[in-house]
Design a protein around this ligand. Structure first.
Ligand code: AVJ
Length: 328
């Protein structure tokens, strides 16, 4: 497969500066926080893979089951014989493979453009999805919209954008609205998007998924402190922090925090600055928003799409919603 890497060396330096700046900003607030986009270094991606295979984390296997059932119907809803699939945050490609197979089995030609910020993830994907005479694969290592712009300059066919795994759940309502409008703006009338949403459900089920019994989620969160130590010369002591994952019904999201177990100061060399943590002062790391069917339909309509079909599982834990672009 062909791979275009849009993350050049110069950008890489900027990435590090951006990381330092985001850490400075996050730790200087009254309510301390760090951004989820820094979870996915090689160690973080590996831990996330472990989470997705864990019994307590129902999201990934539920979506896999949904797509295994839905792939034929998705292929039938798309009338064109040639389809360009653009995937935002492709990951390891197991779920994407189901969609691609559905299209190929219905006799279509597919050009698959996975976009992922991790070159490492792209290598894994190469092992899962192999090109053939009806399937071209062109990987793009880039941030979502940089990659989408690159692909738009090359693609001439009906597009299907995949944004799976409830990755959208890291965005709040405003951020997801902006994100979806940005996506809409890069698409043509009748192009389609398949978006994975984790549904609101029993709080114990949700809580278990973000506090898995093997402690992978905890490690995943603590890895962010280790990343700051490694890349920015910090001296966090991860064992001094407690992981907390709780559901906030007021905003409809799982929230994850690290709580310092005692008063402590952390020095970060690249910022030449110390940050003081009071015992149990929360450090916020992640939101994972959960949705009702109504929430999904409102978001769809408000950002210029119409629902072609919702695909769900027997427990109604998760929805993959297929949307069509509307342009006047
Ligand atoms: C990759 C954002 C969908 O929010 O469920 C898993 C990340 N965090 N366990 C999610 C995550 C803790 C995941 N997303």
């Amino acid at each position: 497969m062909e791979i275009s890497n849009l993350v050049n060396y110069e950008n890489h330096i900027n990435d590090k500066e951006q990381f330092a700046l985001d850490v400075l900003n996050g730790l200087s607030r009254d309510e301390k926080m760090l951004s989820t986009k820094y979870f996915y270094d090689d160690k973080g991606s590996e831990l996330f893979q472990k989470i997705t295979k864990h019994e307590d984390y129902y999201l990934t296997r539920t979506e896999y089951e949904i797509l295994k059932q839905a792939n034929k119907e998705i292929a039938n809803i798309i009338s064109e014989d040639e389809v360009d699939i653009v995937e935002l945050g492709a990951g390891d490609g197991h779920k994407s493979k189901l969609i691609i197979e559905g299209l190929l089995e219905s006799g279509k030609t597919v050009n698959y453009y996975p976009i992922d910020i991790s070159a490492e993830a792209m290598k894994q994907l190469e092992e899962v999805i192999t090109p053939n005479e009806n399937l071209q694969v062109h990987g793009v290592v880039a941030e979502y919209f940089e990659g989408l712009r690159y692909i738009n300059e090359r693609s001439r066919n009906r597009k299907l954008v995949l944004f799976l795994g409830s990755n959208i759940g890291n965005f709040n309502r405003h951020q997801s609205h902006y994100f979806l409008q940005h996506m809409w703006n890069g698409l043509e009338a009748n192009d389609m998007a398949l978006i994975g949403f984790d549904l609101k459900k029993d709080v114990e089920k949700l809580t278990a998924a973000y506090n898995d019994s093997s402690g992978y989620t905890k490690e995943f969160n603590l890895n962010l402190l280790e990343r700051i130590n490694k890349e920015l010369g910090g001296n966090f002591e991860p064992e001094n922090f407690q992981h907390v994952g709780i559901f906030n019904p007021k905003i409809g999201a799982m929230e994850s925090y690290l709580l310092p177990k005692k008063d402590q100061s952390v020095y970060i060399k690249s910022l030449k600055k110390a940050f003081h943590f009071e015992a149990f002062e929360p450090l916020h790391l992640e939101y994972s928003f959960k949705y009702t069917k109504g929430d999904i339909e409102t978001m769809c309509f408000d950002s210029g799409f119409q629902v072609a079909k919702h695909f769900t599982d027997k427990n109604e834990y998760f929805i993959d919603s297929l949307w069509r672009v509307v342009k006047a």
